[in-house]
Write a protein that binds this ligand. Structure first.
Ligand code: AMP
Ligand code: GLY
Length: 454
């Protein structure tokens, strides 16, 4: 019997194409999905999407781990024309953009404005929406305009340096200085003395982070505990994905330099239903209304970097993508076909899809190269991955060498995620597996989730 399985939000185009090539023997819709990026976040997204019905996942450029769940494509995320040709040649119906740079650079606008690409769904905001991450000054002004709780601030440039110094004097230590533009996660400085803050303000405006710090946001320091809340929106509707806590510093006990993220826990015990209700009412809804008022058509992820200050949420930052390594914990807690959610998101009918989270706790530990986040070596042969049990290992920076062995290819190398009925249980399972993976110079934190044990 002929059977066409349609998913919520699925346009019949795929089914028709399939029908044309396969006669009447239709059993399922094929979903060709392209994930852009090459880190642990993209491996986790591709891993989850590949489990969906009819999914065929491509990753550009991907890494040694994504090659296990899909097909790597040798294209840079900045090569919009190459991505276009690949999508057209391979019947791609959904593009999921992992990192922020192509969004800020307008990949969604590129798809929407191109006659041949217009019907291909793409997850992410246009370049205007991506300004929420691309410009801290824009994000602060957006929050002020929409009554969204955030730290008090002043935006300055070379011409308003004096006002900046006066504003710093009005604040109490520590002082927070943020480069306006994207600075590879390094553009935020937290200074203990007014003197240092004034010096660094001068340095930043003088080009410390290139053009990214020609404008600087000076912010009041917020005391509290941080968490990451992820919203998936189609502009009209939204779902809250599992929240997570990230561990940013390189050393145990939150010591040492800042990194891209050394581990994650999801769910976060202090993100109670009451706290999340405040997040929705005070932050998510006004953010979506604000985007609408600004005529931003936003179909994608909004990552809220929040500070919980005595039970009240404040926005530290917006990101227009998923977090890394949070995604490596979050994806393992989403139940069902994640592609259903993303297709519905792109088609504007997120309200029609059932979505559930696992009650399990996920703990993710990131293994990094010796020296990271400063200089480190690449190309170290990795072993022990075949010994892993009861966990998932998401590759963050790996590649194959000429002999086909998996080798390190970045600062953050591989993220091990395990589940448990408690943080304690998930931590134990994760760390048993972390100890099995070996490569020269390997380093990781030993205390992921430790602060959250009750
Ligand atoms: P951002 O890139 O804006 O997330 O900032 C990087 C990190 O700096 C955050 O994850 C916080 O740990 C810290 N941070 C940023 N802004 C503030 C603030 N206003 N108060 C306290 N800590 C902050
Ligand atoms: N883990 C923080 C980020 O992805 O920006």
């Amino acid at each position: 019997m002929e059977q066409i399985i349609m998913y919520p939000g699925e346009v019949s185009k795929d089914a028709v194409d399939w029908k044309a090539t396969q006669g009447q023997h239709i059993t399922a819709v094929v979903r060709n999905i392209l994930v852009l990026g090459s880190g642990g976040r993209e491996h986790a997204l591709a891993w989850k999407l590949a489990q969906g019905e009819g999914a065929k996942v491509f990753i550009a450029p991907g890494n040694a781990g994504t090659a296990e769940v899909g097909t790597n494509v040798n294209l840079k995320v900045s090569d919009f024309e190459g991505i276009k040709q690949f999508c057209l040649a391979n019947g791609i119906t959904l593009v999921v953009v992992g990192p922020e740079q192509p969004l800020v650079d307008g990949i969604v606008d590129f798809f929407k404005q191109d006659e041949q690409l217009r019907t291909i769904r793409i997850i992410g905001p246009d370049s205007k929406g991506a300004q929420l991450e691309g410009s801290k000054a824009f994000a602060k002004e957006f929050m002020a305009r929409n009554g969204i709780p955030t730290a008090r601030c002043l935006t300055v440039n070379k011409d308003s340096l004096e006002q900046g110094v006066e504003f710093l004097k009005s604040l109490k230590a520590p002082y927070v200085l943020k480069a306006d533009g994207l600075a590879a996660g390094k553009g935020v400085l937290i200074l203990d003395s007014l003197e240092e803050a004034v010096t660094e303000l001068n340095n930043m405006l003088g080009g410390k982070f290139g053009s990214a710090s020609a404008t600087v946001v000076i912010e009041e320091f917020l005391k509290g505990i941080e968490c990451s809340v992820f919203v998936l929106t189609d502009s009209e509707h939204y779902v809250l994905l599992p929240e997570a806590k990230d561990y940013k510093r390189i050393g145990d006990g939150d010591t040492g330099l800042n990194t891209g993220g050394m581990g994650a826990v999801s769910p976060v015990p202090f993100c109670t239903p009451d706290f999340l209700q405040k997040v929705e009412g005070r932050i998510v809804k006004p953010t979506l209304q604000g985007l609408k008022a600004d005529h931003v058509d936003y179909k994608g992820f909004i990552f809220l970097g929040l500070m919980n200050c005595g039970g009240d949420p404040y926005v530290i930052e917006y990101n227009v993508r998923m977090g890394d390594p949070e995604t490596e914990a979050v994806m393992t807690r989403i139940e069902g076909d994640f592609a259903d959610l993303l297709y519905a998101c792109a088609d504007g009918c997120l309200d029609k899809v059932h979505y559930a989270k696992s009650a399990k706790t996920a703990v993710t530990v990131m293994l990094v190269s010796g020296g990271y986040p400063e200089a480190y070596q690449k190309g170290k042969v990795m072993t022990g991955m075949n010994l892993l049990k009861d966990c998932v290992a998401f590759h963050a920076g790996t590649a194959f060498n000429a002999e086909g062995q998996v080798v390190t290819a970045g600062g953050r190398v591989i993220a091990v995620t395990a589940h448990g009925d408690s943080i304690l249980e998930a931590r134990e399972k994760a760390y048993i597996n972390v100890e099995k993976i070996k490569f020269e110079g390997e380093n990781h934190r030993h205390d992921i989730g430790f602060d959250l044990l009750q």
